[in-house]
Design a protein around this ligand. Structure first.
Ligand code: FAD
Length: 406
């Protein structure tokens, strides 16, 4: 019987193991942790945004790196097939804003349980062991070497060890070393979907402040060109900023260090309407200090920073505020701008950008073009996507076709 070893028990490895076993192979899955899918369990804040309801065009648009490489895998096992896979196994799903698909229970554990049950049904053997190398002979792959020095013979290997982010979950980049030892090029791993550090440390005093319904632009510092634009939620932290919009911006604008972030704190109001609103507030608070007249307009943590930004003394009385001051305030509210220092380290990124070069992988099978019988699946491959369930779909789709062809 054809023997397949899957290295890595994340979503890609588990789907690969199920598919290969269903296809008639004898399958062993090696996972270094005592439990499978440690990272998978924390996805979507423990709710697991497993895919997206959009069409193929939508998927391709949400994969900024090597989207074309993903075409065959997404066609062979698309979001509808993935949803069907779980629904057929009793996991009810629901759709949320932006086409995001979650288990109805809001528990990633339910998705994980369905995968584990399917592996058991298909007779997949699960071994807790860390793979350190793949042995080859003149025909290609012939075995996997584990940390304890054991050699496990096989006919094919599916390498699904994930990327380098959140290393405590087990994804420490082992697969890159294994693939490199066999002659594959590794595109240097970089953080993507990652929080950002800011140059002006004073902004960190707003730590914990969450902004909703905010406009965000990333601009080039020299030319002022808008590189990215979004609307939604973000948060200030002890190092800078994070939240859905910020993570997406980090994935979209590569090399974001040195770029400017411009926030529109009042996106629903035009500058004229905002001026009317400010005039009304100022009439009501005409005897107050400047900072005390902004309480209806802004969260309290933000007020001192806005005052500083528009260079208006905190204690200036409202009845002494000039037209120029008012325009400086409007400018601060509509164009609050600061510089990005860089991203947080890869360990804090949601996904790793980079990995095994797609030039050395056959897109229709996920087999290596260099080593016969070696397949890749999931985040180890140099493909990454935005938030919205796209990264897990990539893991499941590549896992599926690697399993079909291994
Ligand atoms: C906080 C967080 C939230 C996320 N939320 C979402 C979300 O809601 N939706 C979404 O689409 N994506 C999300 N992602 C991204 C998603 O989790 C990954 O893209 C996905 O897990 C990649 O799957 P994978 O199987 O390729 O790798 P991993 O999930 O990283 O699995 C790799 C497995 O291989 C094992 N392994 C590594 N080296 C070895 C070795 N040498 N021997 C044996 N085993 C080994 C690891 O222990 C690990 O279990 C999130 C990521 C994070 C960090």
């Amino acid at each position: 019987m054809h023997k397949v070893i899957v290295i890595g028990g994340g979503p890609a490895g588990m789907m690969a193991a199920i598919t290969a076993a269903k296809n008639g192979s004898s399958v062993t899955l090696l996972e270094r942790n005592d439990i499978l899918g440690k990272k998978h369990l924390i996805t979507g804040k423990g709710r697991c945004n497993l895919t997206n309801s959009c069409d193929m065009e939508g998927f391709i648009a949400n994969i900024p790196v090597n989207a074309r490489f993903m075409y065959s895998a997404l066609k062979a096992f698309d979001n509808h097939q993935l949803m069907e896979f779980f629904e057929n196994r009793g996991v009810k799903l629901k759709e949320e804003r932006g086409g995001r698909i979650f288990p109805e229970s809001d528990r990633s554990q339910d998705i994980q349980n369905a995968l584990i049950k399917a592996m058991k049904t298909q007779g997949v053997e699960i071994i807790t062991a860390r793979a350190v190398g793949i042995k080859t002979d003149e025909n290609g792959v012939c075995g996997v070497l584990t940390e304890g020095g054991k050699m496990l013979p096989c006919d094919s290997v599916i390498l699904a060890t994930g990327g380098k982010s959140y290393p405590l979950t087990g994804s420490t980049g082992d697969g890159y070393t294994i693939a490199k030892d066999l002659g594959h090029d590794i595109i240097p791993p970089k953080p993507s979907l990652v929080p950002l550090e800011v140059v002006d440390r004073r902004l960190c005093e707003m730590q914990g402040l969450s902004l909703k319904n905010t406009g965000l632009k990333v601009k080039d510092k020299q030319s002022g060109k808008v590189l990215y634009e979004d609307f939604g939620e973000m948060m200030f932290t002890h190092f800078g900023i994070t939240g859905p919009m910020v993570l997406s911006a980090s994935a979209f604008v590569r090399n974001i260090g040195g770029k400017l972030i411009e926030l529109d704190l009042k996106p629903a109001l035009s500058e004229e309407k905002l001026e009317e609103r400010i005039r009304r507030d100022f009439e009501r608070y005409s005897n107050k200090d400047f900072v005390n007249a902004l309480t209806d307009l802004l969260p309290s943590k933000m007020i001192p920073h806005i005052a500083q930004y528009c260079n208006i003394p905190k204690e200036k009385k409202i009845n002494q505020i000039t037209r120029q001051d008012r325009h400086a305030l409007i400018d601060a509210l509509k164009h609050f701008t600061f510089e990005v220092k860089g991203t947080r380290p890869i360990a804090e990124a949601i996904v790793t950008s980079g990995g095994v070069s797609v030039k050395q992988i056959k897109p229709s099978t996920m087999e290596s073009k260099i080593i016969s019988g070696l397949f890749f699946a999931g985040e180890i491959i140099d493909v990454d996507a935005y938030t919205g369930g796209f990264n897990l779909q990539i893991a499941f789709s590549t896992g599926y076709i690697a399993g079909m062809n291994a």
